[in-house]
Design a protein. Structure first.
Length: 865
RNA sequence: GCGGGUGUGGCGGAACUGGUAGACGCGCCAGACUCAAAAUCUGGUUCCUUCUGGGAGUGGGGGUUCGAUUCCCUCCACCCGCACCA
């Protein structure tokens, strides 16, 4: 019988099952109250208009979890939406004259169509787009509630200004002194801005990190560092004029080292400190110095190389413990206004910056801490002569009532004393600063505030919400189109009825992403952002998946938001993401022509070790693998891959090649390998199809029974691997099982039935990874249910027990052979069998073993010598 | 500078609480089928070697142990985060 071999038609099969799933609404979040819930979420995409490999990887990872959890009997919520506000839409408007809204909505349509062939188990009925008034109107209300609760406020402050984007950036968005998107050097400007009081929750956000044990340690650490809790003291230093008269206002200083107070030799304030500005009015030199500081760059290089400089204000500060002790007060370039109080006391012996400053201005260096194991006097002498501060623990010296105490004790004692004297108090300082949310952009959610000359900033009344964006805007000049719009901002004051101006700033787009996961719980509610009960039912997100680039920004903002919304009564939840997984990037080799131009992978032909450009056969040099990016032109278009190999093959490769948290190198041969497996499994399934269905026979050849055992072992491990995110190992297990089943000797007793059973199990196990082919095999093997709805297969624990065991035999820790015997064999018999091995005897050369270690079922180690 | 991570064949990576290092895949080599190619199938593939065997081997060096990729010390390389935070 010469049948033409049928080839696996992924196009037909994938479309067929995607249709079937959609028709049956397999992935609609179920409401069956008897099942436990499981919320799987990948960070929602920005609708750039083109799907990239990173998306495919991200959503595939989530899909594995969603499908697996569904099979395990959970009510799975796995929604999708669009993080649709953002700058690229405005850039498109600028470059192509298309309205940002039109551009964005078109992109959403395009990307939705690109997502569909991936066969993701998404509940599309919950789709949301954050740029729609139906979404953002709720956040306008939220914002006004935050204002009422004192969690949002407006203040004039120095802000990070991106001169390219013409907008303000949050501290989190300034990387190395540059805008996170534009890369332009960020300038400092003083503007009126809205802030969210994330600092109110600094301690809560910090301590709750301990509970997030299903988050990557790296992310937890980054957040801890970002919040930056320091314990110390606030100290008041009475000030004395150059003329010798005491001023009324003392200088307030923050320190973490109150134990070093007796080593003080100066105080210093930031150039932006109000006192500096005040003094500069009558001190031209100081004014110059302040201007000079403002000009200095904030980039790494600038900060590293800049010399510690100061300007003596002429003021003197009284030491908190010894009022007659006066130290000079400087304005110094290394003191930051936005940390602590913007003022420090300098203790050169125990702070590296202070010693550099002291050397330059010839200020005293007084050692007050010496290492416990050193001769204090000699140590102090060396230290005071050198240029290196000592910052470690030790014993306090030259410090009156603090003498003899270690650093911890001395700090405690110093704070007690400050409090007794009313000269200061213990306090906790955070590095975290409030989140500035005003952006001078069009394509964002309008801030629902009206500015009235008489009444000040007034909330837009509920009945006037939402404040929607005007459609007729021009992008012909730099700056905010809302500001330039002729009529939009002209309104009447809701309080007094007089003419007033609308706030033209919009929210930072991280505002939208701070609560979208809650919106998914009741995505189409008109009057509320979400139903409290629904939100409480689904939240927290059980498994969140996204890139590590949001380790601080989005993940910290969202945590804060849930704390804040809970305090405003929206829900009762602290932490939004119970489990967090950060996936690695998708990388590809880079290619450059002789002239340095980047060459795309699709334009490269490889010949042995050499590579050439297809278009002109010019040699190209092969560079290291780097994150796929437009600039290096090393991207691979998912669309092309899906058309050539289908989504199952793409998914399988992405999942099997590297562990999900590591970077993955995309290779053509890798995807081809995955494709080959699909074909192979398909052929095996076709073969299995011709075997009649039925229970496994009683009588089986031992070799066949061993295969049944292997099946059960795979059943036991694959689920485990999936739960631990060891997807690459899970795939390896399934492929291993496939090999074992394929290699069955079909002539043996019971082999046919086991072969069929094996292939069916492979289909079930591989289902979360490549669901279309799995579904097809499932159907072909006569299953009436749909695999997407089927439950995860269970294994028979008795089948995991082997009746024989293979034990390694070592002589002096080196492998010399193995013995295979019945599992019930006792230690003595194992030892005897091991010693009987010819290879062992040869090694022993007639000597008697000194010792024999027998580890049951694992190893026999014979110690000779 | 501070903090964190990683390091295993030609390549991506496996290896449970210390117990047969290299699962699974890519690549490569050989063979089968074919007029041929593709596809597919079978076998091999850590390195060295005087090859029915022996030796080395998980970044380098040292230690603990009968036994170390796994634990400890130390050094090196690369990657990431933060950075004048008082």
């Amino acid at each position: 019988m010469a049948l033409q071999e049928e080839r696996y038609n992924f196009r037909e099969t994938e479309a067929k099952w995607q249709k079937a799933w959609a028709e049956r609404e397999c992935f609609k979040a179920d409401t069956d109250p008897s099942k436990p819930k499981y919320y799987v979420l990948e960070m929602f995409p920005y609708p750039s208009g083109r799907l990239h490999m990173g998306h495919v990887r991200n959503y595939t990872l989530g899909d594995v979890v969603a499908r697996y959890k569904k099979a395990k009997g959970f009510n799975v919520l796995h929604p999708m939406g669009w993080d649709a506000f953002g700058l690229p839409a405005e850039n498109a408007a600028l470059e192509r004259g298309v309205h940002p809204g039109t551009w964005t909505r078109q992109n959403i349509d395009v990307m939705r169509e690109q997502f569909k062939p991936l066969g993701l188990s998404l509940d599309w009925s919950r789709e949301i787009a954050s740029c729609e008034p139906s979404y953002y109107k709720h956040e306008q209300k939220m914002f006004l509630d935050l204002v009422k609760a004192g969690l949002a406020y407006r203040k004039e402050s120095w802000v990070n200004w991106d001169p390219v984007e013409h907008t303000v950036l949050a501290n989190e968005q300034v990387i190395d002194g540059k805008g996170w998107r534009s890369g332009a050097n960020v300038e400092q400007r003083k503007l009126n801005q809205w802030f969210l009081k994330i600092t109110h929750y600094a301690d809560d956000l910090l301590t709750a990190i301990d509970v997030l044990d299903r988050w990557p340690d790296k992310v937890r650490l980054m957040q801890r560092n970002w919040i930056g809790r320091s314990e110390g003291a606030r100290i008041f230093w009475p000030l004395v004029d150059a003329s010798g008269t005491d001023r009324t206002e003392p200088l307030e200083v923050f320190t973490t080292r109150p134990d070093t107070l007796f080593g003080t030799s100066f105080c210093a304030i930031a150039a932006q400190h109000p006192l500096a500005a005040q003094l500069a009015q009558s001190d031209e030199g100081l004014a110059d110095f302040i201007a000079q500081c403002a000009r200095a760059g904030t980039s790494t290089a600038a900060v590293e190389t800049v010399e510690k400089k100061g300007h003596d204000t002429g003021l003197r500060a009284r030491h908190p413990f010894k009022p007659d002790w006066l130290v000079p007060v400087y304005v110094a370039n290394f003191v930051l206004m936005d940390y602590g109080t913007g003022a420090i006391f300098g203790c050169p012996a125990h702070d590296q910056r202070d010693i550099e400053f002291a050397r330059k201005y010839e200020l005293p260096v007084r050692c007050v801490i010496a290492p416990a194991n050193e001769d204090a006097e000699a140590y102090a002498e060396t230290l005071e002569a050198g240029d290196e501060a000592f910052t470690g623990d030790g014993v306090t010296i030259n410090s009156e009532f603090l003498d003899g105490l270690n650093v911890d004790e001395a700090q405690r004692r110093a704070i007690e004393k400050l409090e007794e004297l009313g000269r200061g108090e213990g306090m906790v300082q955070f590095r975290l600063r409030d989140w500035g949310i005003s952006r001078q952009r069009y394509w964002g959610c309008p801030i629902p505030i009206i500015h009235c000359k008489d009444c000040g900033p007034i909330a837009v009344p509920d009945k006037d919400l939402p404040v929607t964006l005007p459609e007729d805007v021009a992008f012909d000049k730099p700056g905010n189109p809302l500001e330039h719009h002729r009529t939009w901002k002209n309104v009447t004051c809701p309080a007094c009825g007089k003419g007033a101006l609308r706030e033209t700033d919009t929210f930072d787009t991280f505002f939208e992403s701070s609560w979208y996961f809650a919106r998914f719980c009741s995505p189409h509610l008109e009057d509320k952002p979400f139903d409290k009960e629904e939100a409480m039912k689904w939240l927290p997100v059980d498994q969140y998946i996204g890139g590590v680039e949001h380790a601080i920004l989005h993940l910290l903002y969202s945590r804060f938001f849930m704390h804040a919304l809970s305090d405003c009564g929206y829900l009762d939840l602290k932490e939004p993401f119970d489990g967090m997984f950060t996936q690695g990037m998708v990388c590809h080799e880079t290619y450059r022509a002789a002239d340095g131009a980047w060459v795309e992978p699709s334009d490269v032909r490889k010949d042995d070790d050499k590579a050439f450009r297809l278009s002109d056969d010019a040699p190209v040099s092969v560079g290291r693998s780097e994150k796929m990016s437009k600039s290096k032109r090393n991207t691979v278009d998912p669309q092309r891959i899906l058309e050539t190999y289908g989504t199952d093959a793409a998914r399988l490769f992405l999942l099997s090649d590297s562990p999900p948290d590591r970077d993955l190198e995309w290779t053509e041969s890798g995807i081809e390998g995955a494709w080959r497996y699909l074909g192979r499994l398909w052929r095996l399934a076709v073969a299995a199809q011709s075997i009649p269905d039925g229970a496994l026979p009683e009588k089986m050849d031992p070799a066949v029974l061993a295969v049944v055992r292997q099946v059960h072992r795979a059943l036991a491990t694959v689920g485990d691997d999936i739960e631990k995110f060891h997807f690459n190992s899970a795939v390896a297990r399934v492929r291993e099982l496939t090999n074992v089943v394929a290699n069955l000797d079909r002539m043996q007793d019971g082999a046919d039935a086991v072969f069929r059973f094996g292939i069916k199990t492979v289909a079930q196990l591989i289902n979360p990874f490549m669901p279309h082919l799995a579904e097809e095999i499932w159907q072909r093997l006569g299953q009436k249910t749909i695999l997407a709805d089927a439950s995860w297969p269970i294994f028979d624990p008795s089948m995991l027990e082997e009746d024989t065991m293979t034990i390694a035999v070592q002589v002096n820790g080196r492998l010399r052979g193995t013995i295979t015997m019945a599992s019930s064999t006792d230690r003595g018999a194992c030892e005897a069998a091991a010693l009987a091995l010819p290879a062992v005897q040869k090694q022993l050369e007639g000597k008697t073993p000194r010792r024999v270690i027998v580890v049951p079922k694992k190893i026999v180690n014979i110690v000779a010598v």
